[in-house]
Design a protein around this ligand. Structure first.
Ligand code: AGP
Length: 610
């Protein structure tokens, strides 16, 4: 994910910016750059690749000056390349901008500015901001930024410089984090605390709609409406390693807590303002093609495959197109029947998984169109697919996938609704109800996270067991699979996920006294059936934790030993909530057993071998 650092002071800024960016490397990036006021004016140096590439460039042509901004880019709009890297500038090269986030209406703004004579060189949304600020400028950079921001929709954090006012560094926060570091005779901006921690522990944490104007000697805080505000200074007492994890003990926990944001970001700009339809403008497949799809294959590995299992139900129920799911390592060896009217959807957080990539190539070889759902814009999967639906989860560092999985679910909901809109397979009211329920998901996840202490207790009691079962029906079964994988990979406790109705065909023999069973019971139509299956395991001595919807506690609690209620949502959306307690149980079980949560044994984050 992109990183921002900025400096205004008396020291040379180049090294401060580069060192600050290095502290943000853990977030992932594909290019980097800095802009500095030098004796020649505002100069920019940027390049695709690791920071070392930029450092080499700067070694040959250093940028000397004591005011500057820097950025590590994680490609969103436009591939990783020198020209798409930040900082961006306008045609006069007098303004420079670094940006984290997404400007939703950048195409409209770009058209408008192009008509006024602005010429764009990159594919990014950020370049539009530098032109917009230049266009709004009439002698006051703060007011120009305020006017520009008023015209922008989306989520963004900005650092802005102009050669016309070289004594100012302007920073803005709008739904994308930004902190201001307070020094003596120098001040800083950073998208994250680690970027500036080496220089100061005193920070202002900006809220949405707030901005700061930094000079060497002070920081003025105001809203983007221009109203001056004051803020308490926050003293950071974390060390660097904790700061990288934003105060969380592990990346996995941080990423679990980032899910509400990941949901919001993945939905951003993809739902019509009236909340009645989904429009995935980034897809090149047109209505005629969508109408010609006869079947869908969803292919992926591990957690991404589990998201695909939910995706199957989503597409079949919203678009009424038959869907097959395949584990990618099996797909090409089973001679799948792929025809030109097959849409193959590959799902991959990293976009680099060898088996998924091979499946994609197999699909294309057979004439199918491929849609990639991925979290990494410039990845191999994204480059080779015909269409890409990006999950805006931000880089996922923990090996155990959490926010990437739930963002994949959101992508499937959006795609299913997009198909339904084109095919007319769902009534407008039903689509609107689903969209409205999707908007509630982030807050509902937050409500689950608030109950983490209860789940910690559950995890601690589970951690003394050697075996465990997850059961569920319908999409609950798909979530059970993911819950089981999560627990196995980081706690090393053996578990199995079973379709609740299938237990009695063999597995029931393994149920013995006190064995923990986690039963997902979120599908109202299937309540009675699942409750009967719970009774089957209880009768054989199992200790059952039920995960059920709020409102059904009374009914479900009669059949289980413990109950964890999740906020009520529409049945199709429940995986986006019910998986969260399972993630937390796995996390706390791993912690209780003293394992390396973020780097479990034998596993790699990206599996680039077959
Ligand atoms: C998830 O927790 C796993 N670490 C793993 O199953 C992962 O989802 C799988 O390897 C696929 O990775 P990808 O999404 O990057 O393709």
């Amino acid at each position: 994910m992109c990183g921002i650092v900025g400096y205004i002071g008396k020291r040379d800024s180049q090294d401060i910016l580069i060192e600050g960016l290095k502290k943000l490397e853990y977030r992932g990036y594909d290019s980097a750059g800095i802009a500095v006021f030098t004796a020649n004016g505002l100069e920019i140096s940027k390049s695709k690749g690791r920071l070392a590439v930029l450092e080499d460039k700067l070694r040959d042509e250093p940028l000397a000056g004591s005011v500057g901004i820097g950025h590590t880019r994680w490609a969103t709009h436009g591939k990783p390349s020198d020209v798409n890297s930040h900082p961006h500038t306008d045609n006069s090269a007098k303004f420079s901008v670094v940006h984290n986030g997404i400007v939703e209406n950048y195409l409209d703004l770009k058209d408008e500015l192009t008509a006024k004579g602005h010429v764009f060189v990159s594919e990014t949304d950020t370049e539009v901001i530098s032109h917009l600020v230049a266009d709004e400028y009439d002698g006051n950079i703060v007011e120009a930024v305020q006017r520009a921001v008023k015209r922008m929709r989306g989520a963004f954090a900005l650092g802005v410089l102009t050669e016309f006012e070289p004594e100012k560094l302007v920073a803005v926060r709008f739904a994308s984090p930004l902190v201001i570091g307070i020094g003596e005779g120098e001040n800083f901006i950073g998208s994250d605390i680690p970027a500036i921690l080496e220089h100061t522990r005193n920070v202002y944490i900006l809220n949405d709609g707030e901005m700061a104007v930094l000079t060497r000697d002070g920081v003025e805080l105001m809203t983007t409406e221009g109203e001056f505000i004051s803020k308490e200074i926050y003293h950071v007492d974390w060390d660097l390693v904790t700061a990288e994890k934003a105060g969380f003990d592990h990346f996995m926990l941080k990423e679990i807590y980032e899910q509400p944001k990941a949901y919001r970001d993945t939905m951003l700009g993809r739902i019509a303002d009236d909340g009645k339809s989904v429009d995935l403008k980034e897809l090149t497949m047109d209505a005629d093609y969508i109408k010609s799809i006869r079947k869908v294959h969803i292919v992926a590995c591990g957690t991404a495959y589990h998201a695909g299992m939910v995706g199957k139900t989503v597409i079949e129920s919203l678009a009424r197109i038959p869907v097959e799911t395949d584990v990618a390592s099996e797909y090409r060896y089973r001679s799948p029947i792929i025809t030109p009217d097959t849409l193959v959807i590959v799902v991959s957080q990293s976009g680099e998984t060898a088996d998924t990539l091979a499946a994609l190539r197999e699909a294309k070889r057979n004439g199918a169109r491929v849609l990639a759902i991925t979290n990494v814009v410039g990845s191999s999967v994204a480059r080779e697919a015909d269409d890409v639906l990006v999950t805006w989860a931000g880089p996922e560092i923990a090996v155990a996938s959490t926010k990437a999985y739930t963002s994949q679910l959101i992508a499937f909901y959006l795609f299913g609704l997009h198909l339904a809109g084109v095919l007319g397979t769902k009534a407008e009211a039903e689509v609107a109800a689903l969209i409205s329920a999707m908007h509630e998901l982030p807050e509902q996840v937050e409500a689950i996270l608030e109950q983490s202490a209860v789940l910690k207790q559950v995890a601690e009691s589970i951690s003394s067991h050697k075996n465990l079962f997850f059961i569920g029906r319908g999409v609950d079964y798909a979530v059970a699979q993911e819950g089981s994988l999560k627990l196995k990979e980081i706690s090393y406790i053996h578990s199995e996920a079973y379709a609740a109705g299938e237990l009695k065909h063999g597995t029931l023999a393994l149920i013995e006294d006190n064995i923990p069973v986690i039963a997902l019971v979120t599908q109202e139509e299937l309540y009675e059936k699942t409750l009967s299956n719970i009774k089957e395991v209880k009768a054989r001595g199992a200790h059952v934790l039920g995960i059920a919807n709020a409102g059904s506690e009374v009914e479900v609690s009669k059949s289980v030993d413990e109950l964890f209620a999740i906020p009520k949502t529409l049945p199709l959306l429940s995986p986006a909530l019910s998986v969260v307690p399972l993630q937390l149980i796995s996390y706390y079980a791993s912690l209780a057993l003293g394992h390396d949560v973020d780097k479990p044994r034998n596993l790699a984050k990206s599996v680039t071998v077959e």
